[in-house]
Design a protein around this ligand. Structure first.
Ligand code: SF4
Ligand code: SF4
Length: 194
């Protein structure tokens, strides 16, 4: 009958409206129901289907990536990066610039003197991390980086890009574990060859 579909649609809206009070806005509980947040976007979800950002935040997937970061193992003056330039070559929008360090005689060194990424151009593709032969560049998940001056704050230099390996291991535990395993296997193979 004409209008039945409309009434059905409105009844769904009304049900969610009422459920939002039953499940999310209980006066005797905090407004943002953390326990319900887990279930909310599953098939069992009832009540408010939206996340009350920024008070509530969804857990980020391990494989989420935003901007690149440079990993160091012990101290920031010894980054894993060897300034080989592979990442700069594969970067589709060409937003990476690297300056190789030199010794006192001007001979090139296997480390960067400068490393810059224009994050306003970066498209978070992750190619740089994928192609780096030294596991030196990885993808960071930090994405809440509002600024009023993009030229000043979004042009990342070496100092801003460097992070300790522990930080990377915490963000991407399974990738880190797989890399460690591969590294150990290579070391074992080298020992046996020797
Ligand atoms: S981050 Fe990796 S690919 Fe890029 S210059 Fe450094 S070592 Fe080479
Ligand atoms: S994530 Fe992609 S676009 Fe961004 S710096 Fe790396 S290669 Fe370039």
């Amino acid at each position: 009958m004409f209008g039945i579909g409309l009434l059905k649609g409105l009844s769904v809206t009304m049900r969610h409206f009422i459920e939002s009070y039953l499940y999310d806005r209980k006066p005797w509980e905090p407004r943002y129901h953390e326990e319900w947040l887990r279930k909310r976007q599953s098939v069992e979800g009832k009540g408010l289907f939206t996340i009350q950002y920024p008070e509530q935040k969804r857990k980020i997937s391990e494989h989420f990536r935003f901007l690149p970061m440079l990993v160091y193992d012990e101290t920031p003056d010894k980054p894993r990066c060897t300034a080989c330039g592979v990442c700069a070559r594969v970067c589709p929008p060409q937003c990476i610039w690297i300056q190789r360090a030199t010794d006192e005689k001007g001979r090139p060194q296997a480390r960067p003197a400068g490393f810059w990424i224009d994050t306003t151009i970066c498209m978070s593709c992750g190619f740089c991390a994928e192609f780096c032969p030294f596991d030196a560049i990885k993808m960071n998940q930090e994405h809440e980086i509002p600024t009023s001056d993009r030229d000043r704050d979004m042009f990342y230099s070496l100092e801003k890009l460097l992070v300790p390996v522990e930080y990377y291991a915490k963000l991407h535990p399974s990738d880190y574990a797989a890399e460690q395993q591969e590294r150990q296997a290579k070391q074992e193979a080298r020992k046996q060859e020797a």
